[in-house]
Design a protein. Structure first.
Length: 297
């Protein structure tokens, strides 16, 4: 059920007198960040692609590149868009005048700089009805997304196996910690009683009930049962997330913080070498799992 945010797909298609080549890839990200490089002379294409990708994907930094050429490999001829060029040159003049007025010297813009401005160069295809071409390209998109999602699902399956193994390890370490904590319980109680007896034997006027209460509070503070119970609950919650359908990465991110919080508290309360070792092993596995979770959609 787990889907990775890492994926790649490439595909070629043709229709309406043109051929095209797709390149779609993604890496992990906090949200869905779409970066498209598509021909701007095909009316409405970029907006339509953004809408389709937004519906198909949940999270990730996604890059889509689309190259379009006439059938036979002939690229659509380039030409200068005179109205856009005039507007760009006017804007450059205004910027230079404002800079001179402020006593600022600007580097001279080159022809390459001007041509790089979006819209200055377009293609002869801009005069054509691009509706049929847009429809043909959009009709080819589902096949590209199917290949892309298949790879993300395969990556997710491998990721799920790794995370499941790490959860098994956390569960086993939690069990070891319970055994160590139980073995420590009797020794801790005996040490507290011995400390109480020494204090009572060497101090006059000590309120025995008050002292016993303070020692009991110390014992409660050193008890790790609650932390171990929470770790067990977090393991169950994580396994439930692995079986869910849909994006669960954000929930996993939050759960990893809870895992680490309990492991840190366990280490701070341990007061025994064996229990401290288990706590450190838990933190190591949790940190490794956190790195894997960063790739879950």
């Amino acid at each position: 059920m787990t889907v990775s945010m890492t994926g790649f797909a490439a595909r070629k298609g043709q229709g309406a007198g043109f051929g095209w080549a797709w390149d779609l890839r993604s890496v992990n990200g906090k949200g869905l960040d779409l970066r498209l490089r598509v021909p701007d002379w095909i009316d409405g294409l970029e907006a339509a692609l953004r809408a389709e990708l937004g519906r198909a994907l949940g999270r990730g930094n996604v890059s889509l590149s689309l190259r379009v050429a006439r059938e036979g490999g002939e690229e659509a001829p380039l030409r200068v868009n005179a109205p856009v060029l005039a507007a760009v040159l006017r804007a450059l003049g205004e910027v230079e005048a404002a800079a001179m007025g402020a006593g600022v010297t600007l580097a001279q813009a080159t022809a390459a700089d001007v041509l790089a401005v979006r819209g200055v160069l377009d293609t002869g295809a801009a005069d054509e009805d691009t509706g049929p071409l847009r429809a043909a390209i959009l009709a080819d998109l589902p096949a590209l997304l199917a290949e892309f999602n298949a790879m993300r699902a395969a990556e997710g399956a491998a990721l799920q196996g790794v995370i499941a193994g790490q959860l098994d390890r956390i569960e086993a370490l939690t069990g070891e910690a319970r055994l160590e904590a139980e073995a420590r319980r009797e020794a801790s109680a005996a040490a507290l009683k011995e400390a109480l007896a020494k204090v009572m034997a060497n101090a006059d006027g000590v309120d025995e009930a008050r002292l016993a209460q303070e020692l009991a509070m110390i014992a409660v503070k050193n008890d790790v049962t609650e932390e171990l119970d929470r770790l067990t609950a977090h393991v169950a919650a994580a396994r439930a997330l692995l079986s869910e359908v849909g994006p669960v990465g954000r929930k996993f991110d939050f759960l990893m913080q809870e895992f680490m919080r309990e492991a840190n508290t366990l280490c701070s309360k341990a007061q025994a070498m064996a229990l401290t070792r288990i706590g450190l092993d838990l933190k190591t596995v949790i940190d490794q799992m956190r790195e894997q979770v960063q790739n879950v959609e």
